[in-house]
Design a protein around this ligand. Structure first.
Ligand code: NI
Length: 190
């Protein structure tokens, strides 16, 4: 199915932030490939592009199901219109949706700075596999396989972690992890 038309229409979903419980749950497989699922994906892409972020997993918007969207290719640029208004312009869309993904192979290692819409303000280097082989379903339930490397592979691993109740700060050293967890909890209470 063509995801292109979804890029800039939809509604903004609110994003859950750490330590909201949904972010630490193991998500359930998607079983119904129906209209509701397509509607959800459309709004997830819309919310991702507007955040902006390069990936968004269903648990981040409060749905504990095995689904994520991503786009590691788009650009967002701030422009000033003729009337002097600041607005954003998006280009180079390459939206992807992964349903019931399973990483079936990995190779190499790569260390790259990551951030997460559910852990605002935190950016840290995370060690991941340099490439992954992933099996997944699309919005119609059809099965696919993909060999991904570099940025796409990192993003797939980060989003796939969300489906297992793992946020990227869980992948840091105990010292850093505890520091950020305390900080996030404190900010949340305030
Ligand atoms: Ni994330």
């Amino acid at each position: 199915m063509n995801l292109e038309k979804y890029k800039l229409e939809g509604e903004l979903l609110s994003i859950f932030t750490y330590p909201d419980a949904v972010l630490s749950q193991v998500a359930k497989p998607v079983t119904d490939f129906n209209k509701d699922l397509k509607h959800l994906v459309k709004n997830m892409l819309f919310s991702m592009y507007h955040a902006p972020g390069i990936g968004l997993a269903a648990p981040q918007i409060g749905h504990s199901i095995r689904l994520f969207v991503l786009d590691v290719d788009f650009d967002r640029e701030e422009v000033t219109t003729a009337s002097g208004k600041e607005e954003y312009r998006w280009s180079g869309f390459n939206p992807m949706v992964f349903i019931n993904p399973i990483i079936t192979g990995t190779s190499g290692t790569s260390i790259h700075e990551e951030g997460c819409l559910s852990v605002p303000g935190v950016y840290e280097d995370v060690k991941r596999h340099q490439s992954v082989h992933v099996k997944f379903q699309d919005l119609d339930g059809n099965f696919h396989e993909l060999e991904a490397s570099d940025m796409l592979a990192i993003c797939i691993q980060h989003e796939n972690d969300h489906l297992d109740g793992i946020v990227f700060i869980d992948r840091l050293s105990n010292l850093k992890k505890n520091f950020y967890k305390k900080k996030m909890i404190k900010e949340k209470v305030r």
